[in-house]
Design a protein around this ligand. Structure first.
Ligand code: AMP
Ligand code: ZN
Length: 465
């Protein structure tokens, strides 16, 4: 049984989806005004680990990650560059999809865009207004937090504490300092949409209430995001959706710890960030993923080049075992010893069932690599069937759940191996024709690029050094 630490109840709970066998999962995506940084990347990759694990456990996961494509920051950048806000949003939405794919993050079932949900956004605001929870001041519509009893339940604070702890904008027209914008009246030079309150654009929080209910329903299973979003963003999403629909919004709330640099949160505004693009020039996605998997998502993590270097070596070890196993299977005997793969699968599941404990799962996988390698060196050879089971487990966990095989994520490994096998076939024909000079050239040149060929009675295998 999967246990999830729920920010809302502040305890670990057994995961029970609304519909058996299915998970409805929403994650707050990026505001597309720039390339995303490796701190944002940490949240997206952690969400990906959880989604992939739920799929591995047999759930049908509807995974929604939105794109905030209308926002103050986008407008500011567009004005600075003298272009329409939609141009900036389109450019960085495209970049977001590219970078996400390079990180090996599976695309969401749907990546909804705020600008394509104006009808749903306006509908919710209208209902809130009808219920007396929203008020209109000359085209600016605000949420009246005094009308929602549960305000503060996610962050665990009462209204006075929240007010003291947050930098709320001073705004004469609001009834309460913590009231927030649902609809902002159009200002010169800003994109706008028609609405019952005049031309304007939505506030950030209402976008997520509208997109989540559209794609997942009025109540869904899991809502996740970085821990900076607990207040006010997620608190406000709850206030909006629960006041509008009169139902629980999300059953489990998962929050990701920050990626820090020198113990300070990595952020655009502080300028202490590296973009995912920059990092991917130096390190494979598998190294970045392993670096994140080695620390639990709930705690803060310091970014260092040294840690990434170490993770790069670790991900090579993962890839090497996969390659050695694939090669070993080609010539493995039908009868032979059996590796206790079920024990490792049980331990892997135990680690991940416990609030998706990736660091324990990774530690287990490194033990597994060591033990399989020892086994492969033994006199009594591993049988073909057992070796295939070992590879299947490793492929499903290190590969399928955590995405730790660099080449696999970029889709090159399979093709590279096919090319090597093709060369081995040609070499074998050359040997039959007694063209030993050319067959040796193939062997020596492959060795030079780090691929070692081994000839034996059973045939030829290769190993990446
Ligand atoms: P934004 O584009 O700023 O709305 O952020 C997109 C996602 O990245 C949100 O879920 C944020 O909580 C998350 N995020 C932003 N900065 C960091 C960081 N330094 N570490 C981890 N997650 C972050
Ligand atoms: Zn959101």
């Amino acid at each position: 049984m999967i246990q999830i630490y729920n920010t809302l109840t502040r305890k670990k709970e057994e995961f029970r989806p609304i519909t058996g066998g299915e998970v409805k999962f929403y994650v707050c995506g990026p505001t597309v005004y720039d390339y995303f940084h490796i701190g944002n990347g940490r949240s997206f990759i952690n969400a990906d680990f959880i989604r992939r694990y739920l799929e591995y456990r047999g759930y049908k996961v509807t995974f929604i990650m939105n794109v905030t494509d209308v926002d103050d920051k986008i407008i500011k950048k567009a004005n600075a560059e003298g272009v329409e806000s939609a141009v900036i949003a389109a450019k960085y939405t495209q970049a977001f999809f590219e970078d996400l794919a390079k990180l090996g993050v599976k695309p969401a079932t749907v990546h909804p865009k705020a600008t394509e949900h104006m009808k749903e956004i306006i509908d919710i605001i209208k209902r809130l207004e009808e219920k007396g929870v929203a008020y209109n001041v000359k085209g600016d519509v605000f949420y009246d937090i005094s009308r929602f009893n549960g305000y503060g339940k996610l962050s665990g604070k009462n209204i006075d504490e929240l007010e003291a702890g947050s930098r709320v904008e001073v705004n004469e027209i609001k009834k309460h300092p913590l009231d927030f914008s649902l609809w902002k009246s159009a200002k010169p030079g800003e994109p706008f949409w028609e609405s019952p309150w005049g031309n304007g654009r939505p506030g950030w929080h209402i976008e997520c209430s509208a997109m989540s209910s559209k794609h997942l329903g009025e109540t869904f299973d899991i809502h996740a995001g970085g821990s900076d979003l607990i207040f006010p963003h997620h608190e406000n999403e709850i206030a909006q959706s629960e006041a509008c629909f009169g139902k629980t919004f999300a059953n489990y709330w998962i929050h990701f710890g920050f990626l820090n640099i020198d113990n300070t949160k990595m952020s655009k505004s502080l300028g202490n960030f590296f973009t995912v693009r920059e990092i991917l020039e130096k390190y494979p996605a598998a190294a970045i993923r392993l670096f994140f998997a080695q620390t639990h998502f709930s705690v803060q993590l310091n970014f260092t080049q040294e840690a990434l270097e170490a993770a790069a070596k670790g991900s090579e070890k993962m890839q090497n075992l996969k390659d050695s196993l694939a090669s070993y299977i080609q010539t493995a005997p039908e009868n032979g010893s059996v590796f206790p793969v079920d024990e490792y699968r049980a331990k892997f599941n135990e680690a991940m069932d416990d609030n998706f404990n990736t660091p324990n799962a990774v530690a287990l996988l490194f033990d597994f690599i060591r033990d399989v390698n020892r086994h492969l060196d033994k006199e009594e050879k591993l049988s073909k069937v057992s070796a295939a089971e070992v590879l299947k487990f490793f492929d499903e966990t290190a590969g399928g759940v955590l995405g730790l095989f660099a080449a696999r994520e970029t889709g090159n490994s399979g093709r590279e191996d096919d090319v090597i096998r093709l060369l081995l076939e040609i070499r074998s024909d050359l040997k039959k024709e007694k063209n030993y000079r050319l067959s040796d050239v193939i062997r020596d040149r492959l060795k030079e690029i780090g691929i070692e060929i081994r000839d034996s009675k059973e045939g030829t295998t290769f190993r990446k050094l």
